[in-house]
Ligand binder design. Structure first.
Ligand code: ADP
Ligand code: MG
Length: 202
């Protein structure tokens, strides 16, 4: 189940992870991109937490909408609009729901994953964050109940699977075959988002 308070905790934990791993995300983006993913994520999620602390919320959908709007307006680069779209789709899918259960979240995360692909004109196997979101959603839909441990594991394996992929979308695609052998930065930040979600789910 997800509540307003749990979304706030989810974002807090995500932010902590982005701050702790800012240098690592930069390093990953240095190898196959333009070295700004650590800066983008640390700034974006810090702003998200600031925004959520300033407001009082009655429902999950509205909190997620503020997350989306903050990421869209504060994060430069490809990842800002993509994560912004993901959280906006999740917000829309959960609109009007007082109680958000496992099925609602499955539908919401699926809408989010579809939103990323639509916005990024991307699909699986292209060495992007999509390679984490899609397998996580597919796995989630097959679960009978919330399985936090499983979620962390699936997201981690999905992130690691990007190492052997050749990038065909985003900046990393300029490197073609040279992108192979490096974990995708956006898949890593997506792993942090799901690892944090796993920690707050009840
Ligand atoms: P930029 O690439 O503009 O510098 P970031 O470094 O913040 O932005 O984010 C890069 C990440 O965004 C990549 O590692 C990848 O996961 C993701 N990404 C880039 N382009 C796309 C796309 N078209 N579809 C899905 N994800 C993408
Ligand atoms: Mg970058």
């Amino acid at each position: 189940m997800l509540t307003v308070q749990l979304v706030q905790e989810w974002m807090k934990k995500t932010n902590e992870r982005m701050q702790e791993n800012k240098a690592y995300l930069t390093e990953l983006d240095q190898a196959i991109g333009d070295s700004d993913h650590g800066i983008n994520m640390s700034r974006g999620f810090r702003e998200v937490v600031n925004k959520l602390e300033q407001s009082a919320y009655d429902d999950v959908s509205t909190v997620l909408k503020d997350v989306a709007m903050t990421l869209m307006s504060k994060v430069g680069g490809a990842s800002g609009p993509l994560y912004g779209t993901a959280f906006l789709k999740l917000s829309t899918a959960l609109k009007g729901k007082d109680i958000v259960n496992k099925e609602d979240l499955a539908a919401g995360l699926e809408a989010a994953a579809n939103g990323i692909q639509h916005r990024g004109k991307s699909t699986t196997g292209e060495k992007t964050m999509v390679d984490v979101w899609v397998p996580v959603v597919l796995w989630w839909k097959g679960q009978d109940e919330i399985n936090a441990e499983g979620l962390e594991k699936v997201a981690k394996e999905a992130m690691e699977s990007t190492k052997s992929m050749e990038a065909t979308k985003g900046r990393a695609s300029y490197l073609q075959a040279k992108s192979v052998g490096h974990i995708d930065p956006g898949s890593t930040s997506s792993y942090y988002i799901f690892k944090s979600l796993a920690e707050v789910l009840v």
